[in-house]
Design a protein around this ligand. Structure first.
Ligand SMILES: *[C@@H]1O[C@H](CO)[C@@H](O)[C@H](O)[C@H]1NC(C)=O
Ligand SMILES: *[C@@H]1O[C@H](CO)[C@@H](O)[C@H](O)[C@H]1NC(C)=O
Length: 354
């Protein structure tokens, strides 16, 4: 009898201790904001030409389904979801095929073509970042009424918030729209303008209860096939000035995360997820990752096609996207997305795998 009680007490103590050591529960959901790098198809449900919900997009996705992801398969946040032992892909908030029970373990508010700057989302009439946050507020109230306050609060505070945006502010807006931001801001001033918006966004998320936040950096955007295609003077190599800009901007975002981490003290775990170096390594040494082509995309000629220009009727589309770093002229293949996500998981986000 006494032995039995001792065993029970021992077991209880051990159990409590393990719970204590284990800390909080693992991340229960991934909540995503951003652009095409992490949009699983929100743009299918708004009037814009920034779409990819037709073949050959998605030909390597489960069921060969074109979901609106700008890739042949999954995007980086899908791989993160899997790494956190959640579902294999994160649904789009605006997709009526999903409901709040699905979104309780992950949801994306991202919109292809969007940027930090409101003027960027205007270019292709997509969802501005502030509106993504409005949708998130609506999500919070839905999840509260669905699960009750206690469970909802747990999801809100323990979820990982992933933000991936910024490339379009430079390539689709600043350097493309004449008489726009370029006539108002020097490139340095424009970066600071964007970093301010990023800072406000993180603060607002924090104010809404987010505690685990990943702010994503820019890839070497001068190496996107579309940019290389126009770099004729330099034999279609990467556009160095755009890569330098990406690095400079990443430095500013990193400094922002350091500053905000101090200001918000240990209430929030804010990390900077920088894809630049791994991405650059893939582009410079494609064969060491099993790729054969890094300079052009798989779809069509691979030089400039994306969205509607990358369609099923194009006879030039490659057979095996796994040999290509890029799927279309602007977006990586699923294989590249997986390598980048694995790298970030291992080097940055593993701290959230408690
Ligand atoms: C969500 O959809 C599933 C089936 O698709 C259904 O079983 C579930 O009841 C729905 N949940 C809500 C909250 O509507
Ligand atoms: C973007 O637009 C929203 C809605 O009009 C506005 O609240 C916000 O201040 C704007 N952001 C900037 C940086 O101008």
């Amino acid at each position: 009898m006494q032995n039995c009680i001792i065993i029970i007490i021992f077991w209880l103590v051990l159990h409590t201790l393990l719970l204590f050591i284990g800390g909080q529960a693992e991340v229960p959901a991934i909540i995503v904001f951003g652009d095409s790098s992490v949009d699983p198809g929100n743009n299918n449900f708004i009037p814009t030409i920034a779409r990819s919900n037709f073949k050959p997009y998605g030909r390597d996705f489960s069921g060969g389904r074109p979901t609106g992801r700008f890739s042949n398969g999954r995007i980086p946040t899908d791989f993160l979801s899997e790494a956190f032992h959640l579902k294999p892909s994160i649904p789009a908030y605006l997709d009526p095929a999903y409901n709040i029970s699905d979104f309780a373990t992950g949801v994306s508010f991202a919109s292809a073509g969007s940027g930090y700057d409101n003027a960027t989302s205007d270019v292709l009439s997509v969802i501005p970042l502030w509106k993504e946050l409005e949708y998130y507020k609506e999500y919070q109230s839905k999840i509260r009424s669905h699960l009750g306050n206690a469970k909802a609060d747990n999801i809100i505070s323990e979820a990982l918030y992933a933000i991936s945006i910024g490339t379009n502010d430079f390539l689709e807006n600043y350097y493309t729209i004449p008489g726009g931001r370029r006539s108002q801001f020097s490139i340095g001033q424009y970066q600071d303008f964007l970093v301010d918006i990023a800072g406000s966004f993180v603060r607002e998320l924090h104010g809404l209860g987010a505690r685990k936040i990943s702010l994503g950096g820019l890839a070497p955007m001068g190496c996107l096939p579309l940019e290389r295609a126009t770099n004729i003077m330099f034999h279609n190599d990467c556009v160095q000035s755009y890569n330098d800009l990406a690095m400079e901007f990443n430095g500013k975002l990193k400094a922002l995360t350091t500053k905000l981490s101090k200001q918000l003290l240990d209430e929030v775990e804010l990390v900077f997820s920088n894809p630049y170096n791994i991405f650059m390594d893939i582009i410079r040494n494609p064969s060491s990752y099993g790729f054969e082509v890094a300079s052009v995309g798989c779809c069509a000629t691979g030089l400039f096609e994306m969205g509607y220009a990358c369609n099923q009727n194009n006879p030039f589309t490659c057979q095996d996207a796994n040999k290509y770093v890029f799927w279309d002229a602007f977006h990586p293949t699923e294989k590249t997305n997986r390598i980048v996500a694995d790298y970030l998981m291992k080097n940055v986000l593993s701290k959230f795998l408690s």
